[in-house]
Write a protein that binds this ligand. Structure first.
Ligand code: UT7
Length: 330
């Protein structure tokens, strides 16, 4: 790609999202788990997490299918053809296959040829990582239009005999189209990781010699993740605000990773934001990992709450341990 003049910034020009049809309420999940001898309750799940339902994809659906649905919506909202994209990033920890990347499979399904396409593996922070990379590539002048998708089928990693994790997660996808622009949309981004904490949230198994080696299911020390998340989310929010020379008062909307209502409330309180300024999809979607932020962003935009000109803070945290934030004007 050889662009004559490098525009200074990137803007989000369209959003989209997708949920598989299989909605499972807490009550339904509690009944299914009881058949496995696993004891939990709607009361516990709602009180400790804020989750009331989640969507589980049927066996025939792949992560790239959900990604495709959300991408088509985002492209339509952007008034953009798939052929115009010169970058496709998919953030996922549940790819269709070991390789090629889900981004390349999505590219085929979209009918795009020639765009750079790759996956980002940063678990629940993946979308923020992907958006940040796309923004940097647009600023560098090598990309003019980018598609960034967060897509997951986390239900396939769940151990349905482990009540501490299987009630938390769901499946879905969300997408944005970014375009090079003279008018800044994305103001600042900040990414972090600390691999010292890789064991508190992981799916440690791998494929070797035609066999699954190790444990292929999601494992989490919930309390350890909770404590780290609350601290780093406040810190990274302040980092992007300082870099953008803005304050908490400038934030119109907080679109956080949807993992636990108590983590979200704590972050909002520390940033002196009323909960009416927070986009919440947790109750209906559960934790959809890399898909949760773009799903919530699309819900905020399509419901008319997030409007052109609004300042939005996206924040993600997850396995790795990874975390990051993006501050943008829509
Ligand atoms: O997406 C990446 C980021 N992920 C997160 O941010 C998740 C962060 N962690 C959390 O959201 C919370 O730690 C959890 C929701 C996972 C757990 O909530 P908690 O308040 O930290 O519960 P806990 O682990 O301290 O467990 C409290 C009790 C325990 O029983 P005892 O030992 O007090 O008798 C658990 O065995 O709750 C029990 N428990 C359950 N009871 C009913 C744990 N899971 C369940 C359950 N149903 N599903």
């Amino acid at each position: 790609m050889n662009l004559s003049s490098s525009p200074p910034a990137s803007r989000i020009i369209g959003t989209g999202s997708s949920l598989p049809e299989g909605r499972v309420t807490n009550q339904e999940l509690v009944a299914r788990l009881a058949q496995l001898g696993v004891e939990t309750s709607d009361e516990w799940i709602v009180e400790r997490t804020g989750i009331r339902a989640r969507h589980f994809a049927p066996d025939h659906l792949y992560t790239s299918d959900l990604a495709l649905d959300s991408a088509r919506q985002a492209l339509e909202a952007a008034g953009c053809q798939a052929a115009e994209l010169d970058l496709i990033i998919v953030a996922t920890s549940t790819p269709d296959m070991v390789f090629p990347s889900t981004a390349c499979i999505l590219q085929r399904k979209l009918g795009n040829r020639g765009a750079a396409a790759f996956d980002v593996q940063a678990v629940c922070s993946g979308f923020v990582y992907g958006l940040s990379i796309a923004d940097a590539m647009i600023r560098a002048g090598s990309v003019r239009k980018a598609l960034v998708v967060g897509a997951e089928i986390f239900s396939r990693l769940l151990d349905f005999t482990d009540r501490t994790t299987c009630v938390l997660f769901g499946d879905g996808a969300g997408a944005v189209v970014l375009e090079a622009s003279d008018r800044p949309g994305i103001l600042t981004t900040q990414l972090h990781a600390d691999g010292q904490h890789s064991e508190i949230l992981c799916t440690p198994g791998t494929v070797s010699g035609g066999k699954i080696i190790g444990d292929p299911l999601l494992r989490m020390d919930g309390q350890a993740v909770f404590k780290l998340a609350v601290g780093v989310l406040e810190d990274v929010a302040r980092e992007v605000l300082v870099k953008a020379q803005r304050t908490e008062a400038d934030i119109d909307w907080l679109v956080p990773h949807q993992a636990n209502i108590r983590i979200i409330q704590s972050t909002a309180k520390k940033l002196k934001l009323g909960m009416e300024k927070v986009i919440l999809t947790l109750a209906e979607h559960g934790n959809t990992s890399a898909a949760s932020i773009p799903l919530a962003l699309d819900a905020g935009v399509r419901s008319g709450r997030i409007k052109p000109g609004d300042t939005v803070l996206l924040e993600g945290v997850g396995g790795g341990f990874t975390w990051g934030a993006v501050l943008f004007d829509l």
